[in-house]
Write a protein that binds this ligand. Structure first.
Ligand SMILES: Nc1ncnc2c1ncn2[C@@H]1O[C@H](COP(=O)(O)OP(=O)(O)OP(=O)(O)O)[C@@H](O)[C@H]1O
Ligand SMILES: [Mg+2]
Length: 360
């Protein structure tokens, strides 16, 4: 498996649904490597399902090409693409047992029954449902049904698997357990997996790369930590995790300083911005800490306006004299210091400040 070769390529793909003025998906391009786990993450209506449906072959792109190993697959009908699929409304066959549901793709492919028997058992076992083979969907819990759907999508060993919010119906514990199971299966079987979710922590923990969707476009596609630490747009920075976006202008570019309402903020070494450019200085709340004294730079005084206790930590909001709101985290032990109305000093490290362009 060569990692450099583009395996699945979306080339300027757009989709306009019949009779609609606006594009549901607009100029989406991405190269997905073989064996890669890519999440499509974004708010409701941002074009994630539409993109997945076009990859699946259930919707035709209005423009652009979808290439698999170098050939255009747009003309190939869904059932001949040989992709595994777990869609939210792509339900199990209610009249069939779990076994027969999982066997279905193999029967469709006319595999010999001894082989079907062996493979269905193996895949039901893999998703922990060996004992439930003879039950019908109505006799299974929601999580068990989703695991049957997972086994059905994987049993014919497709090279590409598409999943649209496959864990949407599950409680938090089962959801987390299934996240681990899916990720392990994907790695073990070397599957190329495209996974739609609007749950950012799910995307962060499972993916090799995340494509962040907004208004039918990909705003950024990168590794989870890259997305988190160096978002390219304000939308990405605010959609993934919590953030403080402080408006300013680059002052001295060689010294890497931004002039803002709360004073000069120094930023990390990997950004390249010219003097005078309008920017946001982004600082994640967990990278701001309480300080004994007000530091000369990279810090400010805040009046605490709100605290939210999460048990293990406290989320604190405060405003500067000039009215800029900053959010930071405190430990349970620091909670008393950060009571509403108190004045506190906070500080951060310049390396933890990320600069991004701000439109005029
Ligand atoms: N069959 C359809 N006909 C017309 N418009 C559609 C159709 N399906 C989706 N749309 C529109 O296309 C846009 C993108 O929808 P899509 O289903 O791809 O969003 P999504 O990112 O999957 O959202 P969600 O997180 O809510 O599932 C939306 O504005 C939606 O209303
Ligand atoms: Mg959707």
């Amino acid at each position: 498996m060569t990692q450099a070769q583009p395996f699945l390529r979306l080339d300027a793909v757009s989709k306009r649904y019949g009779g609609r003025a606006e594009l549901a998906v607009e100029g989406v391009s991405a190269d997905i490597r073989e064996g890669e786990f890519v999440s499509l993450l974004g708010p409701s209506g941002s074009g994630k399902t539409t993109t997945l449906m076009m990859i699946a072959g259930f919707e035709l792109p209005s423009e652009g090409r979808i290439m698999l190993s170098g050939s255009d697959i747009v003309g190939i009908p869904a059932h001949r693409r040989n992709f595994g699929m777990v869609f939210q409304n792509y339900a199990l066959f209610p009249h069939m047992t779990a076994f027969e549901n999982v066997a279905y793709p193999l029967r469709l492919r006319k595999q010999p029954s001894s082989r079907i028997d062996e493979k269905v058992k193996r895949y039901l076992d893999m998703v922990g449902l060996a004992r439930f083979a003879s039950r019908r969907p109505a006799e299974l819990s929601g999580g068990q049904q989703q695991r049957v759907a997972l086994a059905r999508a994987l049993v014919f060993e497709p090279t590409v698997v598409l999943m649209d919010e496959p864990l949407g119906a599950l409680d938090k514990n089962l959801r987390e357990q299934m996240q681990i199971e899916i990720k392990e299966l994907q790695k073990k079987l070397g599957i190329t997996l495209i996974y739609v979710t609007h749950d950012q922590s799910e995307a962060m923990t499972m993916s090799d790369r995340i494509a962040v969707f907004n208004n039918g476009r990909i705003e950024q596609i990168a590794a989870p930590l890259e997305i988190y630490r160096r978002p390219e747009t304000r939308f990405v920075g605010e959609f993934v995790g919590e953030s403080n976006m402080i408006e300013g202008r680059v002052g001295d570019a060689t010294e890497r300083r931004v002039e803002t309402e709360i004073g000069e903020i120094e930023y990390g070494p990997d950004s390249a911005f010219g003097a005078g450019m309008p920017v946001f200085a982004m600082i994640r709340p967990e990278l701001i800490t309480l300080a004994e004294k007000l530091p000369p730079r990279n810090g400010t005084q805040l009046t605490v306006t709100r605290t939210i206790h999460f048990g293990d930590r406290v989320s604190v909001e405060g405003t500067t004299v000039g009215g800029t709101m900053l959010r930071f985290r405190a430990s349970g032990r620091e909670a008393a210091v950060c009571a509403t109305g108190r004045q506190v000093n906070v500080a951060w490290r310049s390396d933890d400040v990320h600069i991004l362009a701000r439109g005029q």
